[in-house]
Design a protein around this ligand. Structure first.
Ligand code: IPD
Length: 292
């Protein structure tokens, strides 16, 4: 690495990204307003990877809105966006300042006007998440966290429940969009085993980002998901961590937002217990290069 690269790297590490967070919060609010304007309207729906993996004109429009607003203000920043990747954009997280965007998390909910949809925006530098924003549109709740500075919902500080006993947990999860036999039997048998532990209950809101934020609020004690993508959980992962929670892979190893597996929990005791109970089905990493 030459001297000017070293200087640039040091500047990036030392930088205070609060101005980007403030800007991201205002963009997320405007994106939420666009989503709410279309929420009760008839939607034009297209299927992506499966019959349950949907996209609408609003997903495209909102992603375009968010990206062009940020690109105008920060022309050198990079993006990973759900719909751009769906259209063939390369998905590689580099050391450059990068915004990871899910314009509508909970597209199936959006299509049905089921009242849980969110805008999810994470910001990474040197592959480390600096902040995350989850704007839950229908209930007008904004969750955010900045590295080392705590997690908040509508300005109120968040704390996980701290629950240590898995048999007293509310577990949040999602079945996801995969519909092949291996995925379905893995997901349903995971739920069966959890209910037999027993846990207090299993819930699913239909948006990974909002699901995971429930752990940050203490309303749920643990969340796990297999098969989601980095844009679904990048923002909520830092929100859970900053609220005092633990985020890891479903096999108990270190969290990797590209692995498509996550456990977010109120304590490491609960996270490790859940890791021992559930199993995962194989899925391709988000950053695996498409085969040529
Ligand atoms: C989906 C939602 C859903 C989860 C899927 C995600 P999208 O995101 O978060 O709850 O089960 O795995 O892909 O497609 O609505 O942005």
């Amino acid at each position: 690495m030459n001297c000017s690269s070293c200087q640039l790297l040091t500047q990036l590490i030392m930088a205070d990204w609060s101005h980007c967070l403030t800007f991201g919060l205002s963009v997320a609010k405007q994106a939420s307003q666009l989503i709410m304007a279309a929420f009760k309207q008839q939607k034009e729906v297209t299927c992506k990877s499966s019959a349950a993996d949907l996209v609408t004109q609003s997903d495209m429009k909102v992603e375009k809105f968010i990206m062009s607003a940020i690109a105008d203000k920060y022309p050198h920043h990079r993006f990973i966006g759900e719909e751009s990747v769906g259209m063939g954009e390369n998905l590689q997280l580099t050391d450059h300042p990068t915004w990871i965007i899910d314009p509508i998390d909970g597209t199936v909910n959006f299509v049905h006007s089921f009242p849980f949809v969110a805008v999810s925006i994470a910001f990474c530098v040197n592959k480390q998440t600096e902040f995350g924003i989850v704007y839950s549109c229908v209930d007008d709740k904004v969750y955010h966290a900045q590295r080392g500075r705590g997690a908040f919902m509508n300005g109120q500080m968040l704390h996980v429940s701290g629950q240590q006993d898995v048999s007293r947990c509310v577990v949040v999860t999602e079945i996801g969009a995969e519909r092949d036999d291996v995925a379905l039997s893995t997901m349903t048998s995971n739920i069966f085993r959890l209910l037999k532990l027993p846990v207090h209950g299993v819930r699913a809101l239909g948006t990974a980002a909002v699901d995971m934020c429930q752990v940050a609020t203490g309303g749920a004690d643990v969340y796990y998901h297999i098969g989601m993508h980095c844009w679904d959980i990048a923002a909520s992962a830092i929100i859970v961590q900053e609220a005092g929670g633990v985020v890891m892979d479903t096999d108990g190893s270190e969290f990797d937002m590209m692995s498509r597996r996550v456990i977010a929990a109120s304590s490491s005791t609960v996270a490790n217990r859940i890791a021992r109970v559930i199993s995962a089905f194989p899925c391709c990493r988000d950053d695996a290069k498409p085969s040529t």
